[in-house]
Write a protein that binds this ligand. Structure first.
Ligand code: BGP
Length: 468
């Protein structure tokens, strides 16, 4: 039987400033660490991306035509404050006013993220969020935006605090490219959650009428052999690294005893200590019930096996299936060959994991209020033929994930919307322009947009609420 979604459910599309806008040096935008990191470590740069800086009227027109009622947009902090702090940049400020006005004109609600991986270079070079001065700078920037943009009703502080710590300090695929440093991973998570709490408290204290929340990536972690205690343990520790630590900070205002035990075991095996201050917990505690929503980004799940191993991680950047290696000392290793479909980049496709993660939030963190799925989608080497892409694999992927959302809502979870990653093709941080996700194909040379088969299919779902 065809499953359905509620009447007022929001069908959206997601973007991020750095991956979509291009124009990285235009109108006074300040530098970010990615500018040189991409040039030094990868085979592409953020120029031209999808030229959203100039093409946004076209993209929002497509939204309106295709029944897309919400768009995730991030503000590039370094367009507003080119040096992270100090004098604001009028041209950067004006750009987002124009963009939000166009959203209104097209009846598309902007869901705005303040930080999507792109800390201004000066702050990033000084330690990014490991340096507590960056927390102060972020809160100033957030307060500035809240005041400057009353036309925004829905704010997200951070996109994916988890993958930021992992990418920057564990896998090294994000700048500054540090590898295997678990203490820095947890410290970054903790400091960013503290910054989140401070921004939420500032927003609520000022009495703004809109909503504020945070977006977490929540991959499910399963034991390879549920009967084997070493595998169960590996899944549990991996879950603490990627999910539980930040969820506890968000909704418990502290780290549960079991979470901290796991963190301490991981640090005992890998070295390093944490600086978790009493004053931070006062902030986390004060903010824990004030999140208006949780954004969940969900792409994949992992199966974990215990191992007596040294840490070794190989990032599959090029889409050569089977080239990923991921094992962490004192934690365990990911098993990629689990008889479940996976993408060319070894992301395991498991819609049930989205259901499991939503229900786990409802069970373990009942003060969550409501959920948006803020990212989900299929990265694919799309073939552009006769002016379109017949992306049946993407349709199948989205359909299965929407179906489990329908199940989760039936089973009592409060899920209000779904934002497909991505609205139009953008580049992937560590996989380049070849990994496409969009509903609209972008010819990066001409910047022309072409609706894919999935766009027409998504439109029918948005119109009918039936998961066809
Ligand atoms: C999320 C990010 C997005 C986007 C997406 C797809 O982690 O929030 O910005 O990039 O993943 O990932 P990738 O580009 O690595 O394929």
């Amino acid at each position: 039987m065809t499953k359905t979604l509620p009447k007022d459910f929001i069908y959206g599309g997601a973007t991020a400033a750095y991956q979509a806008e291009g124009a990285v040096h235009t109108d006074g935008k300040g530098p970010v660490a990615w500018d040189s990191f991409l040039a030094d470590h990868y085979w592409y740069t953020a120029e031209p991306a999808s030229d959203f800086y100039h093409m946004y009227p076209e993209d929002l027109k497509l939204c309106e035509e295709f029944g897309i009622r919400g768009i995730r947009i991030s503000i590039a902090w370094s367009r507003i404050f080119p040096q992270g702090t100090g004098e604001p940049n009028p041209k950067g400020i004006a750009f987002y006013h124009r963009l939000f006005a166009e959203c209104r004109r097209r009846h598309v609600e902007p869901f705005v993220t303040l930080h999507h991986f792109d800390t201004p270079l000066s702050l990033h070079s000084a330690g990014d969020f490991l340096n507590r001065e960056t927390i102060d700078a972020f809160v100033q920037y957030a307060e500035f935006c809240f005041k400057e943009y009353p036309e925004v009703h829905c704010w997200t502080t951070f996109n994916e605090i988890g993958p930021i710590g992992d990418g920057q300090y564990l896998t090294g695929k994000f700048p500054p490219g540090i590898r295997y440093d678990l203490a820095r991973v947890f410290q970054s998570h903790h400091n960013m959650m503290t910054a989140h709490a401070r921004a939420v408290l500032a927003y609520k204290k000022a009495g703004y009428p809109g909503e504020i929340g945070v977006v977490h990536a929540l991959p499910a972690k399963y034991p390879y052999d549920p009967e084997n205690p070493a595998d169960v343990k590996a899944a549990d520790l991996e879950d603490i690294i990627h999910n539980r630590f930040i969820l506890d900070a968000t909704y418990l205002g502290k780290y549960a005893e079991h979470t901290m035990q796991g963190v301490n075991e991981i640090l005992a095996a890998n070295g390093g200590t944490l600086d978790l201050r009493e004053e931070d917990f006062v902030l986390l505690e004060a903010a824990k019930d004030l999140n208006d929503f949780l954004g969940i980004n969900y792409y994949m799940s992992d199966w974990m096996r215990g191992c007596a191993c040294e840490t070794e991680i190989t990032h599959n950047a090029s889409g050569a299936r089977g080239s990923s290696v991921y094992r962490i000392k004192g934690v365990g290793e990911r098993v990629f060959d689990v008889n479940v479909p996976r993408t060319d980049w070894d992301w395991i496709i498991w819609p049930q994991g989205l259901y499991d993660q939503i229900m786990r939030i409802a069970r373990d963190y009942p003060n969550y209020r409501k959920i948006y799925i803020t990212e989900n989608g299929l990265g694919y080497k799309d073939e552009f033929i006769d002016g379109t892409v017949n992306d049946d694999a993407r349709i199948d992927y989205i359909r299965k994930h929407l179906e489990v959302l329908s199940d989760a809502i039936r089973d009592g979870a409060d899920v209000r919307g779904y934002f497909l990653w991505s609205l139009m093709d953008v580049f992937s941080w560590s996989n380049g322009y070849e990994k496409r996700y969009g509903l609209f194909y972008v010819d990066f040379k001409t910047q022309k947009r072409y609706p894919k088969k999935s766009a027409y299919w998504y439109k029918r779902i948005a119109e009918t609420g039936q998961i066809l």
